[in-house]
Design a protein around this ligand. Structure first.
Ligand code: NAD
Length: 311
């Protein structure tokens, strides 16, 4: 299949490498010319503009930071839409909102160009391994035709058609909102409990054996607790973008979202403190800095982790 891929960052870089490795004819574009170096060495062609990345392509994929970037890449005389041939498919895998895609669809429909939103979960490691979770919104027949291509980037079992246009964006934003809320709440719980005198490992073990257990506490927080790694593969700038979009979504849906707004503020504080490129788990460090104590466990537990260790 002839594929164009725009946005070769933490996620789009490895995702496009998987598309190429699956044998597709690949053209790539990014603002950063050097982001394509290894792809070109492996056989991909470079396009100097979004328009030329779309020229003659059956499918074009975008993996860009924000809705504003998606708009910049799609529209205008040098945009992707101007380059795509009639009958092509545009798949936006960015975490975004439907506003831009809605506008693109109005222009694309008379030319028979189909649109899917298909954002992903699974971090840079999942992008590399080709095991991303993918949530697609749009027409079922367009999704079915795109599925084989999505399967080279994601886990076949977890590639889901979740509804009409925009549903994929919404599901993805809700996943991130809940995860960021869990991170913020877990950081507070671990900090309060340890500052009140309970050993961190004991506190975590008791929480895991209780109704308050979560995947976040069992698995995701371990990079901080064992390695002091706050996951810079997903930046605070992107986390704040997602939280802003989620709160906007709540506003547009007429749903009060006090807690979500508070989580967004905590993330904005972390971004102001540690910078745009800081890792998505740095809100934990806000509390560590405030109390002057790092939340650390002495050594990695043997896998799989059990809340009931043999002692
Ligand atoms: P990134 O910042 O690492 O990469 C974005 C890429 O887009 C960069 O290479 C940048 O140069 C390029 N770009 C920006 N504007 C452009 C333009 N006008 N024309 C061409 N190229 C342009 O971001 P990322 O971490 O890869 O995230 C991409 C999207 O995926 C975001 O929407 C993010 O929220 C989402 N996402 C990220 C992760 C993660 O763990 N990093 C996980 C799931 C979803």
């Amino acid at each position: 299949m002839k594929v164009g891929f725009i946005g070769l960052g933490h996620m789009g870089g490895p995702m496009s490498r998987n598309v190429l490795a699956a044998g597709h004819d690949l053209v790539v574009h990014d603002l950063r010319r050097d982001a394509a170096a290894d792809l070109e060495a492996a056989g991909a062609a470079w396009a100097a503009s979004p328009r030329s990345a779309g020229a003659g392509r059956e499918v074009a994929i975008t993996m860009l930071p924000t809705p504003a970037h998606v708009e910049m890449v799609l529209l205008g005389p040098d945009g992707l839409l101007a380059g795509l041939p009639d009958g092509a498919v545009w798949i936006d895998m960015s975490t975004s909102v439907p506003t831009v895609a809605d506008r693109v669809r109005v222009l694309a429909a008379p030319r028979g160009i189909a649109v899917l939103d298909a954002p992903v979960s699974g971090m840079a490691a999942g992008a590399k391994a080709g095991t991303l979770q993918i949530f697609a919104g749009g027409d079922a027949d367009v999704f079915a035709a795109a599925r084989p291509l999505l399967e080279v980037m994601g886990d076949a079992e977890r590639i889901l058609h979740v509804g009409g246009h925009g549903a994929g964006y919404t599901v993805k934003l809700m996943i991130n909102l809940l995860w960021f809320a869990q991170l913020t709440a877990t950081a507070e719980v671990l900090t309060i409990g340890t500052q009140a005198g309970v050993d961190l490992a004991t506190l975590r073990r008791c929480l895991l054996a209780s109704p308050a257990a979560s995947n976040f506490l069992e698995r995701d927080v371990l990079s901080v607790l064992y390695d002091g790694d706050y996951d810079s593969s997903f930046s605070l700038a992107l986390a704040c973008k997602d939280l802003g979009l989620a709160v906007d979504l709540a506003r547009n849906a007429g749903v009060p979202a006090e807690m979500s707004a508070l989580v967004e503020q905590v993330y904005r504080r972390a971004r102001a403190q540690y910078g745009d490129e800081g890792g998505e788990m740095l809100p934990v460090r806000l509390l560590e800095d405030l109390t002057g104590t790092e939340l650390r466990l002495p050594a990695r537990a043997p896998e799989p982790y059990s809340p009931y260790p043999p002692d």
